[in-house]
Design a protein around this ligand. Structure first.
Ligand SMILES: Nc1nc2c(ncn2[C@@H]2O[C@H](COP(=O)(O)OP(=O)(O)OP(=O)(O)O)[C@@H](O)[C@H]2O)c(=O)[nH]1
Ligand SMILES: [Mg+2]
Length: 399
């Protein structure tokens, strides 16, 4: 029996059209209930932001604090990337040695270094990205992706760069050379092509990394520098909720692909690097990197595809910002900034630049952070998880 305000009638007395309308309506209700149930249990989050800002590092922290915590067999999967990071650091130092007119101690080591440089040219991420982009363009031409699923499949299959692994004994010999050691000790004086914190870290731990029984530590995994070229999806369960996090390559050329992943996102976690305030963009050196992040953030947060999606902004690499402010003022990036160079004041100002143009209907949360800092990220993640639970609750109620 169905009740319609003051009328009561039975299905058997209804016309065929009426019955099918009711059946349709029931099926829609059922679909909505299922969808509501799924959304109550599953949250899709989009991880966005320019290259190298710490998106993958953040995901590693989620995996550490809410996932499998990297069992030994999983840690071994990172060894190739770590070896490549060490090799890249060594080759970078060899280039500095050449500039400084330093020679290796023996002709044998000199020969080894020539050979090593030929076999392991520095991994240029710009070149890697270009190669990936060309392969992607070609694939798009042959088989244009029309759906998110197709695009994910295609981009994941392109992401297979695997260079030859360097020989650990060779790395030991090169690193032990006195001229190499001298060059490393002068690293803070390099005018150009400075070592990244990650290269410095891996070179300082080369003895441990090149030992026979090496298993990557959590800190090693956090320091890896390896770009995400395609799309990676990671799922984590926290309490009753399944979090599906989609990490989309951050290069400018890939930004138009972000849109495919917008539709189901409950929230966007947008990352920027505070330390990029004095850096040019790798893909276009005439553009300031933090200004470019600001522009990308404004575009995405105003996208009509995301008008119901909340944003959480991560102002990452605050440790590097604090270091840089000692020598380079914030006005390098924001000429109108006339405050002091205290990291907290500068972070407050940068945060304001990002949040002042937010769409009026949106909530905007912003956190300054250091994605390699394990205890700090543990606390931050619990705050972020609470926020996401709230956002998801509001969203499902509004359905
Ligand atoms: N010092 C410092 N280094 C960081 C921080 N966050 C990330 N890094 C380092 O920055 C480098 C790049 O980090 P990723 O997480 O790979 O950057 P990404 O945003 O995923 O980059 P793409 O995949 O290229 O888009 C790595 O070597 C990290 O160890 C931070 O807060 N402080
Ligand atoms: Mg990445």
């Amino acid at each position: 029996m169905l009740r319609n305000k003051n009328k009561t009638f039975s299905l058997t007395t209804m016309s065929k059209g009426g019955r099918s309308a009711i059946a349709r309506s029931r099926s829609i209700d059922q679909q909505l209930d299922e969808e509501r149930g799924r959304r109550e249990r599953e949250v899709q989050l989009l991880i966005l932001g320019p290259p190298g800002v710490g998106k993958s590092t953040f995901l590693k922290q989620v995996r550490l604090h809410h996932g499998d915590q990297f069992p030994p067999e999983e840690r071994r999967k990172y060894h190739d990337q770590i070896m490549q990071n060490v090799a890249t650091g060594l080759v970078q130092l060899m280039e500095h040695m050449e500039r400084m007119g330093l020679k290796f101690d023996s002709p044998d080591t000199e020969r080894l270094s020539d050979d090593f440089r030929k076999k392991h040219p520095r991994v240029s991420f710009v070149a890697l990205i270009k190669k990936f982009k060309e392969a992607d363009d070609e694939a798009e031409e042959i088989c244009p992706a029309t759906t998110k699923a197709e695009l994910t499949k295609r981009l994941s299959s392109l992401d297979v760069y695997q260079p030859e692994s360097p020989i650990v004994d060779h790395m030991h010999t090169l690193w032990a050379d006195p001229s190499m050691q001298y060059c490393f000790s002068r690293r803070l004086k390099f005018d150009t092509d400075k070592l990244t914190q990650s290269s410095e870290y891996f070179l300082q731990h080369i003895g441990r990394i090149c030992s026979a029984d090496y298993v990557a530590s959590i800190q090693d995994i956090m320091y890896i520098c390896w770009p995400t070229l395609g799309i990676q999806e990671h799922t984590f369960r926290v309490d009753q909720l399944l979090y599906r996090m989609v990490d989309v390559a951050g290069q400018r050329s890939m930004r138009k692909k972000w849109i495919h992943f917008f539709e189901e996102a409950v929230a966007v976690l947008f990352f920027v690097s505070l330390a990029s305030y004095d850096e040019p963009l790798e893909e276009d050196t005439s553009v300031n990197s933090l200004q470019d992040s600001l522009q990308a953030f404004n575009e995405v947060s105003h996208s009509h595809f995301l008008n119901k999606t909340e944003f959480i902004l991560f102002l990452n690499k605050k440790d590097l910002l604090a270091q840089k402010l000692k020598t380079t003022p914030l006005s390098t990036c924001f000429p109108s900034y006339s405050g002091n160079q205290n990291p907290d004041s500068c972070i407050r100002y940068i945060k304001e630049q990002f949040t002042q143009n937010k769409p009026s209907q949106k909530q905007m949360y912003a956190h300054a952070c250091c994605a390699i800092d394990v205890p700090f990220m543990k606390d931050l993640l619990s705050t972020v998880v609470d926020r996401i639970v709230d956002i998801n609750l509001r969203r499902t109620k509004a359905m």
